[in-house]
Design a protein around this ligand. Sequence first.
Ligand code: ZN
Length: 139
Amino acid sequence: MRKTFLKKMRTTLAGQKQQILMQLDEEIREGKESELDAGMDTYDLASEEREREIHLILSDRDRDKLQAIENALERIEEGEYGICEDCEEEIAQARLEALPFTRLCVACQEEREKEARFQRRIDDGGGFGRSNLVDLDDS
Ligand SMILES: [Zn+2]
């Protein structure tokens, strides 16, 4: 992985993280406007307490995304960024640019999605339980 590329990805990831945090700041501010002193700038506060507050207010989806971004930033620091979790090959740079915090290469991602689809088909299939219940209701 080239150093200039890693630097670029770190900037991208840091920007995405900042964006999520700023959105949250607005939500926090709207949510407890009455408690805040007028003119208080929450953007400058980076205390542990604020981190906890943010994690409480985060939706599951945002929490996952923030977690993924933080993990990606950590992997950049540790020199593990851009390596596929499954096959340990380097992930294509174009893919990383499109999905900066992905942990799988295209092939492994497709493999996992195929498995997920297969799993869903098994879960959806059958329907015996439901038809049995209908039969019981009718009788
Ligand atoms: Zn892979």
